[in-house]
Design a protein around this ligand. Structure first.
Ligand code: HSE
Length: 309
């Protein structure tokens, strides 16, 4: 039996659409990520447990975990039945890399269980392919950090898909999921097909400067250029009260606020714990739409996926 945990992640990081992502974990040590357990079985079976398991498709063949198993059967050229327990701790369509979390945990678990011994970049390719099945296009900014931990820059070249980069250690990432769902397919479909040269230059400037700032330890510069022109402006109308929420968080002392991945989760960055606590309280009172919604103060999770008991 093998059990793997894969953490939640923030895609885009408010500046690098499809290029930057970070794994996160709540500072109160709560699990914010899915777990996959694989055990021997005479027949193939998926058992869904966890707080958000009711959001999963009833048809087991539509579960992304089934697709992961199918890929491994192809690799080993044999259909070996297994029992897979998916502990769905993450809300689907939340913008926190929920599908990525299931994909990463199942890929890592099956790689160990079947002793396929695939290397990291090969595993990432499989994860990207599976992510493409869920969200309509291959992007690695959730699977890479959830798998490898830390902040990842997506390179997506022949032999290298992703590279770990540094991140400011004193930042608290306050994430708030309002309790509603937003399909990644929809929030990708609404994006323009073309952008003006001015927009492209500005976007390039922002991400290049952000990278420069993190490698030269210039926090203020990094915060100044954390601005996305490709996705965020078009997605804000899909979220309830984003502008007013951002304005209030900045007033409370948060340093910036953006959409996490394709939303509707938002994240703010605080460089002071007291401000993070005040922001958490404010978000709980004003941003959450129902009892299911949650707010967590997080730090970057430098481990990524890991074996658990
Ligand atoms: N980079 C992806 C997007 C992340 O913004 O569509 C999806 O969570």
């Amino acid at each position: 039996m093998i059990k793997i945990y894969a953490p939640a992640s923030i895609g885009n990081l408010g500046v690098g659409f499809d290029l930057l992502g970070a794994a996160i974990s709540p500072i109160d040590h709560n699990f914010l990520g899915d777990c996959i357990t694989v055990c021997s079985s005479k027949i193939f079976n998926i058992i869904n447990t966890g707080e958000f398991s009711t959001q999963l498709p009833n048809n087991m063949h539509k579960n992304i975990v089934y697709q992961t198993w199918k890929i491994f059967c192809k690799i080993i050229q044999k259909k070996i039945p297994v029992k897979i327990i998916l502990e769905k701790n993450m809300p689907i369509g939340s913008g926190l890399g929920s599908s990525a979390s299931s994909i990463v945990a199942s890929t890592v678990a099956l790689n160990i269980f079947f002793k396929t011994n695939l290397k990291k970049q090969k595993l990432l390719k499989i994860m990207g392919k599976l992510e493409g099945l869920v969200s309509g296009s291959i992007h690695y900014d959730n699977v890479a950090p959830s798998f490898l931990g830390g902040t990842q820059l997506i390179i997506q070249e022949k032999n290298i898909i992703s590279q770990k980069i540094p991140m400011f250690e004193n930042w608290f990432w306050v994430i708030a999921w309002p309790g509603s769902q937003l399909s990644t397919v929809i929030s990708r479909d609404i994006l323009p097909k073309k952008y003006t040269r001015k927009t492209c230059v500005q976007q390039n400037k922002n991400i290049a400067t952000f990278m420069h700032a993190i490698y030269t330890n210039q926090k203020e510069l990094a915060l100044q250029v954390m601005n996305d022109l490709i996705a965020e402006p078009y997605r804000i109308p899909l979220l309830k009260n984003f502008d007013v929420t951002k304005k209030n968080l900045l007033k409370l002392g948060a340093r910036t606020c953006h959409i996490s991945g394709s939303g509707p989760t938002i994240f703010s960055i605080c460089d002071d714990y007291e401000v993070a606590k005040t922001s958490e309280t404010w978000l709980k009172k004003n941003f959450l739409q129902n009892k299911k919604g949650f707010v967590h103060i997080c730090k970057i999770d430098n481990y990524g996926s890991k074996q658990v008991r």
